[in-house]
Design a protein. Structure first.
Lengths: 333, 107
């Protein structure tokens, strides 16, 4: 091929490439006609992010494995430098407890300076739950669009300490929703202190990155309040394993038996060890004595679901501890 | 004569957890700053110490254990109970609970 023909061929290829790019640009432009600048800006952000699609049923109780898998996958991205896009468009069911769980990871990311953006569910009910939860207020990046909704959820979080003053306010406000009057509830306050102390003292051995999150959702009409308490520490079972030792662990029929024993305060009597842990039995006692309702606990790969009285192991690990419970007008207050 | 420690008034309406490292208003802080000094001030006298547990937001077991269990472990349960009385109108069962912590041994 002579030089002239070669040059013609190159020019023709260049021209094709330019045409294709031009066409692509025009198509994009056409697609964007009528879209507000904020929407186009958001779409550009999405393009340059790692996209994580939430399961359509994002609930620890109704879709345990998929929900935990999602949380674990998300946690894996903590060292990535890229922005994360939480695609919630197809979410149909989402619960406050799981929102709090997601928030605990989002918080870890934002603490590292990572940007998180998200889209809202198409499903009106799921969208409403998310908006009411106040979740979007805690995102460090943008959300698809913003609407002013009064949040029914209050989120308390703390680094490194037990904060009785904060939880006293949470308790008083919960009592107002349930009884119509702001007042103390000593048992509930004691319960929160135990949860915080357990998290701080046992959840993060050797680490300074101690953090707990308490999410409180108020249901005025139904007169009940739901609480989710989360830490992303090592989990109760891992702590118990270390304290008890491999040999004595054989005294228990599996992990759920060990965990149930800890919540019943039976570890000392079953192992003969001087076990002074009163915090976990205190928590369970508040459920047994009807001070709280609908207790659900997930730690490591064990679930204690006192709502349906099911206690079982799951196939995937979860690092941390998640408590869900409610205060309602049927509780002894 | 009796000397009263009203925890809500003299220490905090929101007592915390066990150790100072746990956060504000811990059992250890109460023990070191208020309970033990007051106990020592009446230990060799005919006076009694009254602990009023009412009007707080609520107690964690770790707070009570560290403060009162700690005092009994250091000075002996009998000596402590001879010098201390408790008032708890709001949660009377707390008194027995505290006494049970005084029985516990620590390694």
């Amino acid at each position: 091929m002579d030089k002239k023909k070669l040059q013609q061929k190159i020019n023709s290829k260049r021209s094709d490439y330019t045409k294709k790019r031009r066409l692509k640009y025009l198509k994009e432009k056409e697609k964007n006609i009528g879209k507000p600048f904020s929407v186009r800006q958001f779409e550009n952000l999405v393009k340059n992010s790692i996209s994580k699609k939430l399961p359509s049923t994002f609930s620890l109780r109704e879709n345990t494995i998929e929900t935990i898998e999602f949380i674990n996958d998300l946690k894996e991205l903590k060292n990535s430098n890229m922005r994360i896009y939480l695609n919630m468009k197809n979410v149909k069911t989402i619960t406050n407890g799981t929102i709090a769980l997601l928030l605990s990871v989002v918080n870890e990311f934002t603490a590292r300076g990572k940007k998180i953006i998200g889209s809202k569910p198409k499903n009106p009910k799921a969208k409403r739950v998310l908006e009411l939860s106040g979740f979007f207020d805690y995102m460090s990046g943008s959300i698809e669009y913003y609407s002013e909704v009064n949040s029914n959820t209050i989120i308390e979080q703390s680094n490194k300490s037990v904060e009785p003053q904060s939880t006293a306010k949470v308790v008083s406000s919960a009592m107002k929703t349930v009884t119509g009057k702001s007042q103390r509830n000593k048992k509930l306050q004691g319960l929160f202190i135990e949860l915080m102390a357990n998290s701080i003292n046992h959840g993060f051995p050797g680490s300074q990155k101690k953090k707990w999150i308490l999410s409180t959702s108020h249901y005025q009409k139904e007169r009940y309040v739901s609480f989710s308490f989360i830490d992303n520490g090592v989990g109760v079972l891992k702590t118990l394993n270390q304290k008890i030792g491999r040999q004595l662990l054989t005294l228990f029929k599996g992990k759920q038996d060990l965990l149930q024993s800890a919540f019943k305060g039976e570890i000392g009597s079953r192992t003969g060890l001087p076990f002074r842990g009163k915090g976990l039995p205190f928590i369970k006692d508040k459920y047994d004595t009807n001070r709280i309702s609908n207790l659900f606990i997930l730690t490591n790969n064990v679930i204690l679901d006192y709502i349906s009285n099911e206690f079982y192991e799951i196939d995937i690990p979860y690092s941390g501890t998640f408590y869900y419970f409610e205060l309602n007008s049927n509780n002894q207050i | 004569m009796t000397i009263e420690i009203n925890i809500a008034r003299d220490f905090s309406e929101t007592p915390g957890a066990r150790y100072k490292t746990d956060g504000d208003f811990s059992g250890q802080e109460f023990f070191e700053n208020i309970l033990e000094p007051k106990f020592l001030s009446i230990k060799e006298t005919n006076d009694k110490l009254i602990i009023n547990l009412d009007n707080t937001a609520g107690y964690a077991t770790s707070f009570l254990d560290e403060a009162f269990g700690g005092l009994a472990r250091k000075y002996g349960k009998t000596k402590v109970l001879n010098k201390i009385d408790f008032i708890s109108i709001e949660e009377p069962y707390l008194i027995e609970e505290i006494k049970s912590y005084m029985d516990e041994k620590r390694n």
